[in-house]
Design a protein around this ligand. Sequence first.
Ligand code: AMP
Length: 212
Amino acid sequence: MKITIMGPPGGGKGTQADILKERFAIPHISTGAIIRSEIREETPLGVAAKRYIDEGQLVPDDTIIQMVKTRLLEDDCKQGYILDGFPRTLAQAEAMESMGIALDYALDIEVPDNKLVERLGGRRECKECAASYHVVYNPPKVSGVCDKCGGELIQRADDVKETILERLSVYHAQTEPLKTFYKNAGLLVVVHGQEEIADTTREVMKALGVSE
Ligand code: AMP
């Protein structure tokens, strides 16, 4: 199974990708998470990408495409994968086609902008394992501490108000047009993501034709 999850920032792509990863036993590949890890390790890619991510802009296509190409060559991708946050531009989608990748589904999670702002503003991420929480909707058992690994929970630099608004505008301008691209390719499935996580998962499983 090869899926891309395409919704807006804060739409729940990572959360649903984690659930699908368990269900299908295939890797969850988040381009955002790979970039953040490169930034933490201060690799050349990380150093070059930092200013884009901090400003809510997209990292240039060539960099991202090369990064994904390399990741998809790893052994764990043989049975399929869930791409989270890639492709995000038409150029990336076309590059994926020219790599010969045939997706099974392009899953779009739709959430209204006002809900996204609220979600992203309250989001917290584990510094160690990148698990995601929300101060109101999905709080950890102990405030500021990751349930999974005990790591410290922090607010991502790009989850501050001004950057959130920039990311949403970039999403509408550059990523949303991909819906038409995948609709025309007969791969688009759309679910609602504004309610509880479990409600979205139910819709996702139904859309993918699998029992929970
Ligand atoms: P995410 O964790 O998916 O919200 O991504 C965080 C940030 O990483 C984005 O705002 C972009 O700066 C960058 N990023 C992640 N995926 C891509 C992509 N496919 N193309 C360009 N930039 C990306």
